[in-house]
Design a protein around this ligand. Structure first.
Ligand SMILES: Cc1cc2nc3c(=O)[nH]c(=O)nc-3n(C[C@H](O)[C@H](O)[C@H](O)COP(=O)(O)OP(=O)(O)OC[C@H]3O[C@@H](n4cnc5c(N)ncnc54)[C@H](O)[C@@H]3O)c2cc1C
Length: 595
């Protein structure tokens, strides 16, 4: 039997010898998923959770509720507790919810499952236990059951509430049984991301007070300790204390080393979105050429390091080429993290052009088919595209994804929220005024001059852009249009939720009463990792052989939100936070039961 750790502290060495002495007999007993109690004298806790984002908080809360002692480690300081979820818009995918029914939306488990399958496009061995999609598919079934069943009541029971107007994200590629949401399903949490984190943070803090959980901030895990094929602990570097504000990059100066032992280790370390090298290395040909220039939709801690570290301990990574990056990124004029980008969640009316001024065709319409549009953009050879739009459209249709960009929803400020009815939200106006990507003009000639000046590429031809805008505007007077985007706007206006809050009354782009004209350069913004560590339905990390690695669990984005790829190739949106909640709970419960 060999202990693979080679950087242990002297305390760790003592523990390691104890484990080594326990001999191979342990190995067989590990099959339950955790090191047996006989190793207890050498352990620092019952469980170690690596990563204090949403998935880690949920898993920790489950373990603590079962009476287990947990060490919750993170490389970041306490200020960043909650990870990405704090910054999120708090959008959650529910099926047949009270909010949907209130808006007259008819949804069902079967419709959601059809949409999930049409969107995921699982094609890597769903019936083959060695297939990359084998567990992903099982997780997808379980997740759609969860989203159609107990998800909402569980969260409501924890005090969460949702904005009553359900959003219609990712409307898809145009086929009833293909990609996209057949109906609105994006439920924005009242209080956005912080309100998703809050109940779980509260539970964990209560467990800290009760002595069941210990925070270990500034503990960066650099390796998993394995003993006889089982994971029995973690080792790594203690980083110097940091007082940086939430989301800011913290220093990586090492002031010490640590090694900690526990019969259960749960990896909840997030994805790869801040590591552009990893994003490019995993970029699949089907998404075109990797962009040379991207902006970043996640804090720097989303560095992807734990994937390789877990792989070294035998964990199997599947579907690494599946990612979810956005095409409507704005450079943040007031960045929190490096290359900080903000995604516009667009309504359907802005006209969308490539860098040369050629209008996109269906399904590359705002809010329809994220990855199809990404491929269309990368195929142009340019890393950006353009919205050409009006003040009237941005006032109603631009939502910015991020808790800090929605002070009304985040602070539960009803009056500020109502002011969206008569004025453009302040954060949008600030981007318009200060952002590097906006051009505002009273006429098309000046707009095109501004667009060409902004990029310096001089690719937009006024006559050609005007021809395309006039052609689209002519269709506003045609009740039987063939323009798919105009049809889409009319379809959106059939949904009261869109009419109320997300779709401007249909109008001509050149209508001067809707102005000024606005052009927005859209950058490619990295965000989510859809593949990751392959896990079974208990969250146990699988070995290359397909068997669970004793003692090792994973949840959240690092596990592809469950099974190494619950989303398949694409997402229906609002499924990521829910994926952390669901997979974090599954792993926490299963690990607690195995202890
Ligand atoms: C701006 C924004 C808006 C979003 N909006 C939505 C939305 O509306 N709906 C939705 O469903 N999803 C949304 N998401 C996505 C969602 O928030 C994330 O996918 C999810 O929160 C990921 O959670 P996690 O716990 O898996 O990982 P993370 O939140 O990334 O947490 C992982 C933690 O692990 C730590 N860590 C990593 N490596 C190590 C190591 N080696 N040692 C120690 N610690 C380590 C990190 O420091 C971090 O704290 C949004 C994300 C962002 C950024």
């Amino acid at each position: 039997m060999e202990n693979t750790d080679n950087t242990a502290s002297s305390a760790g060495l003592t523990r390691r010898r104890a484990l080594t002495a326990a001999g191979g007999a342990l190995a067989a007993a590990y099959l339950a998923g955790a090191v047996p109690a006989s190793a207890a004298e050498s352990q620092d806790a019952d469980a170690i959770v690596v990563g204090h984002g949403l998935a880690g908080l949920v898993a920790t809360a489950e373990l603590a509720a079962a009476g287990h002692k947990v060490l919750l480690l993170d490389q970041e300081p306490e200020a960043s507790l909650g990870g990405q979820a704090f910054w999120s818009f708090g959008g959650l995918f529910f099926v047949d919810s009270a909010e949907q029914r209130l808006m007259g939306v008819k949804d069902s488990h079967d419709l959601a499952w059809q949409d999930w399958l049409g969107t995921a496009g699982f094609d890597r061995g769903i019936a083959d236990p060695a297939g990359q999609d084998y567990w992903a598919y099982k997780w997808a079934e379980a997740y759609v059951d969860f989203a159609s069943g107990e998800k909402r009541s569980w969260l409501a029971g924890l005090g969460m509430q949702w904005f009553p107007i359900v959003g219609w994200a990712e409307r898809g590629g145009g086929l009833a049984d293909g990609h996209g949401n057949s109906v609105p399903r994006f439920h924005v949490t009242w209080g956005t991301g912080p309100a998703v984190v809050e109940p779980f943070e509260k539970k964990v803090r209560a467990a800290v007070s009760a002595g069941n959980v210990t925070f270990k901030f500034r503990h960066r895990v650099d390796g998993l300790v394995t003993t006889a094929g089982a994971v029995t602990g973690v080792r790594g570097a203690i980083l110097e204390p940091s007082s940086v504000a939430r989301g800011k990059s913290s220093s990586r100066t090492v002031v010490g080393e640590f090694e900690l032992r526990a019969p259960v280790v749960i990896v909840t370390s997030g994805g790869i979105g801040a590591n552009h090298d990893l994003v490019r290395a995993n970029w699949p040909a089907r998404m075109g050429t990797p962009p040379k220039s991207m902006i970043t939709g996640v804090p720097a801690h989303v560095d992807g390091r734990m994937l390789a570290i877990t792989e070294q301990a035998g964990g199997r990574i599947v579907n690494p080429d599946r990612m979810w990056h956005y095409t409507e990124g704005l450079q943040n004029y007031d960045p929190i993290w490096p290359k900080h980008g903000i995604r516009i969640l667009p309504g359907p009316s802005s006209m969308w052009f490539d860098a040369t001024g050629k209008r996109f065709s269906s399904p590359d319409i705002p809010g329809y088919d994220t990855l199809h549009t990404l491929k269309t953009i990368t195929d142009t050879g340019y890393d950006y595209s353009w919205f050409v739009t009006t003040q009237k459209i941005i006032a109603k249709e631009f939502a910015l994804s991020g808790s800090e960009q929605n002070p009304d929803l985040t602070n539960k400020d009803i009056w500020m929220l109502l002011s969206r009815i008569w004025q453009t939200p302040e954060p949008i106006e600030r981007f318009k005024k200060n952002g590097a990507d906006f051009v505002v003009a009273d006429n098309l000639t000046a707009l095109v001059a501004g667009m060409n000046k902004l990029t310096g590429d001089n690719l937009i031809d006024l006559t050609d852009l005007k021809r395309q805008i006039d052609a689209r505007d002519r269709e506003i007077d045609n009740p039987y249009t063939k323009d798919a985007q105009v049809m889409g706007i009319r379809n959106a206006l059939n949904y009261p939720g869109d009419t109320l809050s997300r779709t401007a009354a249909i109008h001509k782009i050149t209508d001067s009463s809707a102005g000024p004209l606005i052009a927005v350069r859209l950058n490619i913004l990295t965000r989510k990792t859809l593949g990751g560590l392959q896990t079974d339905l208990s969250g146990r990390v699988l070995h290359q052989s397909g068997n669970p690695i004793p003692g090792l669990y994973a949840a959240g984005e690092v596990a592809g939100f469950g099974g190494g790829g619950v989303h398949g190739y694409r997402s229906l949106e609002g499924t990521f936070l829910g994926g952390c909640l669901f997979s974090g709970r599954q792993a926490g419960k299963a690990a607690a039961a195995a202890l």
